[in-house]
Design a protein around this ligand. Structure first.
Ligand SMILES: [Zn+2]
Length: 529
């Protein structure tokens, strides 16, 4: 048996089949019931929301010989003719391919003749905004003096391109973008009917990618069915079919981006391209990932906006602990800008790579071009060199910074400033020792071996900042593991009323000055809020 695309097979046959547009279907049915049919309708809305389907159902219902509560019966001669596209009284025209005045003249000519089979002659003009101005003028004449029993249904994705004179002579209906759960549930119903196995997460991902357009969702579903070929449709099938990098890989890219590991990032991009991804899809996936990491930072209620599995969300949470909102938003902004440039570029991949380099470079430029010493405001609450650290994470940079004369100067100022701050008001009067005990007690519940490391640490409490100096061995253990660092930061913040506002720095205990400097530049972890 020939395979029929789900989009065609599940095309709505009745008003009840049209999903998510009840505000329109109910009104149309009421008009049929009251016998108050307008001469011209305008169906507006984004692609794939059911405008043409609704127009066809409406046309069928208007001419049905045996309607059931204003729904077309589907079995009378008119309905059967309509369903096989053989109805003489339903005339469809695609304005995208027939834009000229000649086509409209033909319509003007044919409206003079009465309907052949049913009560109404119905003209459906799809993509009506594509008509030429001459054609619009000709159409306007017909709309101004509508013949008896003729109904025009104009459909468009771009109503703003229609002349006001046309719009004002129609009854306008705006089709809504479909909600994610409406699309997902429709996909699941279709798969159930067709005996196709699909993971809930995969159905969710298809619905997400369709961005409110059912037709796009079903067309993607068809591709997945063909690809999976009688096996289960999983998220990785969806990712492969769409050429989309999977969540894990995109998170790895984000890690490389914020750690300024250019080589690793570019290798991952290459890997993704080898897997069939293209620049636009990859950029879109990265933007979506960044957006979700930003949401992870928000209060729990906002997390319902996240359409990812728990595992990915928890990885994002750990990740978000180590990158400031400011940095995330800056990268988000740069990538969005690149997305707007991409369609006009003949080398989209370069646009992507350039944007990523820019996102990585901004901070480092600040390190290499320090502000004049005098301009450093005393109102700054953070030592200046701390800002460098968040950016300067590569060995090359360490060397550059070390070679830069100014950096030594900056460090000096920074230390002075740090001294000054130490004398300022502290977070509370708590002694470092008793604070440490509390943190250690908290950590012991979860991971005793980190607690041991913290027990040997020195704590410095300053205004809104807690610096934890770990012994080199402990630092190597905790410093290399994002999760362990996150646990320490969390346990420390829990001890303060200000909680999240407290900056927690984890450093290695001072040895000689040169070694410490290298350590700070190379490995330090910064948490900005
Ligand atoms: Zn019928």
């Amino acid at each position: 048996m020939a395979y029929l695309a789900t989009y065609r097979k599940y095309r709505p046959k009745t008003f009840a089949d049209i999903i998510g547009q009840e505000h329109i279907t109910t009104t149309l049915k009421n008009q049929i019931k009251a016998g108050q049919i307008s001469h011209a309708y305008l169906f507006c809305g984004i692609r794939g929301t059911g405008k043409t389907s609704a127009a066809k159902v409406f046309a069928k219902a208007l001419n049905c010989l045996n309607p059931n509560e204003q729904e077309p019966c589907g079995v009378c001669s008119c309905c059967v003719a309509n369903e096989s596209d053989a109805m003489a009284d339903t005339i469809e025209m695609d304005a995208a391919s027939n834009r000229g005045i000649e086509e409209i003249r033909q319509i003007k000519e044919s409206v003079k003749y009465p309907p052949a089979m049913g009560a109404y002659k119905i003209y459906i003009i799809d993509e009506v905004h594509m008509l030429t101005m001459e054609a619009f003028n000709a159409l306007l004449k017909t709309l101004e003096e509508p013949p008896q029993n003729v109904v025009f249904i104009l459909a468009t994705t771009e109503s703003h391109r229609l002349p006001y004179t046309i719009v004002s002579r129609t009854q306008r209906y705006d089709f809504r973008r479909l909600r994610l759960e409406q699309i997902q549930s429709h996909i699941e119903t279709i798969c159930k009917n067709e005996g196709i196995a699909i993971e809930e997460r995969a159905a969710n991902r298809i619905a997400l990618l369709a961005e409110g357009a059912m037709r796009d969702a079903l067309s993607l579903l068809d591709k997945c069915i063909a690809y999976a070929f009688e096996t289960v449709i999983t998220t990785s099938v969806v990712d492969t079919v769409t050429g989309r990098a999977d969540d894990k890989m995109v998170l790895e890219m984000m890690r490389a981006l914020f750690a300024r590991r250019t080589e690793e990032l570019f290798a991952l991009i290459q890997q993704s391209f080898n897997g069939g991804s293209d620049a636009a899809t990859l950029l879109g996936t990265m933007i979506a990932c960044l957006r979700d990491i930003i949401i992870v930072h928000m209060p729990l209620e906002a997390h319902s906006m996240l359409l990812r599995d728990e595992n990915t969300v928890s990885q994002m949470k750990v990740f978000s602990e180590f990158v400031s909102q400011k940095e995330l938003i800056r990268a988000f902004d740069i990538l969005i800008e690149a997305q707007s440039k991409m369609p006009f570029s003949s080398a989209p991949r370069y646009v992507l790579e350039c944007a990523l380099l820019k996102a990585m470079q901004n901070e480092t430029e600040r390190v290499l071009q320090p502000q004049p010493i005098k301009s450093i405001s005393t109102e700054q609450t953070k030592p200046v060199f701390i800002e460098q650290n968040s950016a300067a994470k590569t060995e090359e940079l360490t060397n550059t910074v070390r070679e830069t004369k100014e950096s030594a100067e900056r460090k000096k100022i920074a230390s002075e400033k740090e001294e000054e701050e130490k004398q300022q008001e502290t977070i509370n009067d708590e002694e470092p020792q008793s604070l440490k005990k509390k943190i250690v007690a908290e950590l012991s519940k979860k991971s005793p071996f980190i607690a041991l490391g913290v027990e040997n640490a020195d704590l410095i409490i300053e205004k809104n900042r807690l610096t934890m100096l770990l012994a080199p061995n402990d630092y190597r253990l905790i410093g290399d593991d994002m999760r362990l660092r996150a646990d320490v930061v969390l346990a420390a913040r829990q001890q303060f009323a200000q909680g999240e506002e407290i900056e927690v720095e984890i450093k290695v205990k001072e040895r000689d000055a040169e070694e410490e400097f290298k350590e700070i530049i190379g490995d330090i972890l910064i948490i900005e809020e």
